[in-house]
Design a protein around this ligand. Structure first.
Ligand code: SAM
Ligand code: SF4
Length: 477
């Protein structure tokens, strides 16, 4: 049997969920006497955004319509992130504010889902100290939402206190065919794989998202066709390490990521393909070749560096050295001259010395990124790095963070200046902050320009008239 077919949630189980959704429509119509309203807020990464689009699709199938704010909602759901402590604190702070709403507005129910609640110590804390949260479900239980909501609203739940918790790990089967309500206009997320097998020593993702599993290529192609047919102009393929995508097709053939990219690139239409995240240790020449040969594949590579020092990279369990990273970056630019590269860097990893941090600064300078996501190390329970000695004071980590940010600002300004006078194709994303409209280039640069709002969701050609620091202005041609 093809490997991925074995990893699918059985159709009977999904059918059971559709039946719960239909029952719930009746229960809720009876209870509210009108369409119930749901408000969903997403914290964290694009993977969570994609999950929320499925959650919103499921809520719709259960009879909910979207609410504009928590105050306007009957059901409030926060989809949480666990990657850094700050993300957890934000979610809990926001949830705390809902307590009063839960107590004063009759019929309001509050739910929490996503990576944060998938951690056993957090689930225990929510049970004990957050009695006003009614429903908690983890990343492995999204497809069970109709049944969980039915239990919540029908009160046939397991806790005896009216609350429903579903946070168990599962072997990681994939639920295909869930309803999706996309919220990104012409931009669409398309998950190609879930989980992660890399176990970087600082990272909680493998603990909360489970082992790596890839979707069957036919399902991905089908979804991409639907997105293009409904006017989608930018498809971002999602996975924690898309370069290790491997699946068997219905006919039993082995597919890797370059093959998937080529097949997606061959779909007719006017659209861009992006993907994230690429792991440097698996970024093969075959992938770069497929990218360079693509008609639709954006010339942009997000390649997280994390550190420019070999000892720190080893302690992080990243599986490459600084020289190997640089070689991949150079190879990528050989295949695609002018390629825009972006990255993630962690400063203040336990035991990182100033000299080791300087290696990161040097490498960042050498690669010349378009932009950089910079994070201060955050210890995550259950990870190896959380148990390492960490003698560096927070003030010193903050100084390094500032130094890296300042360096990157200078690099970004130089990169922006190179674009002055050039013509760029942009996908118009809507209102700008300074000029009427804003769009994003293939290389992931935001450009502002004047024009009619009706251009939102369309490709436009602009000439760059002004580059100031990282800000770019242009005029439509
Ligand atoms: N899978 C991707 C990869 O390997 O690059 C990224 C996943 S993670 C959601 C996004 C970024 O968060 C990472 O690239 C890393 O820079 C940062 N990150 C993850 N764990 C962190 C931690 N414990 N402290 C600080 N930053 C962290
Ligand atoms: Fe986390 Fe590393 Fe997996 Fe990325 S590759 S999700 S940083 S463990």
């Amino acid at each position: 049997m093809p490997q991925e077919a074995a990893g699918r949630i059985p159709e009977e189980m999904l059918q059971r969920q559709r039946e719960f959704a239909a029952l719930l429509c009746e229960v809720l119509a009876g209870r509210f006497g009108r369409e119930p309203r749901a408000f969903v807020r997403t914290f964290g990464c694009q993977g969570n955004e994609a999950d929320s689009e499925r959650i919103c699709g499921i809520l719709e199938s259960c009879g909910f319509v979207p609410a504009q704010s928590p105050e306007d909602a009957d059901f409030i759901l926060y989809n949480t992130c666990a990657v850094r402590e700050h993300a957890e604190d934000r979610a809990l702070g926001n949830i705390g504010r809902l307590k009063q709403l839960r107590q004063t507005r009759r019929g309001v129910r509050i739910g929490l889902c996503g990576c944060m609640v998938q951690q056993p110590h957090v689930a225990a804390r929510l049970r004990e100290s957050y009695p006003f949260i009614d429903l908690v479900f983890g990343t492995h239980a999204v497809h069970l939402l109709p049944e969980l909501l039915y239990r919540l609203y029908d009160r046939q739940n397991d806790g005896g206190d009216g609350r429903v918790f579903e946070v168990a790990q599962s072997p990681g089967a994939i639920a295909e065919g869930l309803p999706v309500r996309r919220g990104g206009g012409a931009k669409a997320w398309l998950p190609v794989m879930y989980g992660c097998d890399n176990f970087c020593s600082y990272c909680v993702v493998p603990l909360v998202r489970g082992r790596e599993r890839s979707r069957q290529p036919e399902r991905i192609l089908e979804e991409a066709r639907e997105i293009i047919a409904s006017g989608g102009k930018e498809i971002t393929l999602l996975g924690q390490n898309v370069n290790s995508y491997h699946a068997q097709s219905e006919s039993g053939e082995a597919w890797d990521f370059p093959r998937l990219l080529r097949a997606l690139d061959a779909l007719p239409g006017d659209y861009w393909l992006r993907f994230m995240t690429s792991h440097p240790k698996d970024c093969s020449p075959a992938l770069l070749e497929a990218m360079a040969a693509g008609k639709h594949i954006a010339r942009h590579l997000h390649l997280p560096l994390q550190s420019g020092n070999d000892r720190v990279l080893r302690e992080m369990n990243r599986g490459y050295t600084a020289a190997q990273y640089l070689a991949v970056a150079e190879k990528a630019r050989e295949f695609m001259p002018g390629l825009s590269m972006t990255s993630d860097v962690i400063v203040g990893f336990p035991g990182e010395t100033e000299a080791e941090f300087d290696d990161t600064l040097r490498l960042v300078e050498q690669v010349g990124y378009t932009s950089l996501f910079t994070f201060i190390f955050s210890p995550r329970e259950g990870t190896r790095a959380a148990r390492m000695d960490d003698p560096t004071p927070h003030a010193e980590k903050a100084r390094r963070f500032q130094a890296l940010t300042a360096l990157q600002e200078g690099i970004a300004a130089r990169r922006s200046a190179e674009l002055e006078g050039q013509t760029l194709r942009l996908l118009c994303e809507g209102k700008g902050k300074r000029l009427a409209l804003a769009g994003r280039s293939e290389g992931n640069k935001v450009v502002e320009f004047n024009g009619s709002e009706s251009l939102t969701g369309q490709f436009v050609e602009v000439r760059i008239t002004r580059a100031q620091n990282w800000l770019l202005d242009g005029e439509i041609l």
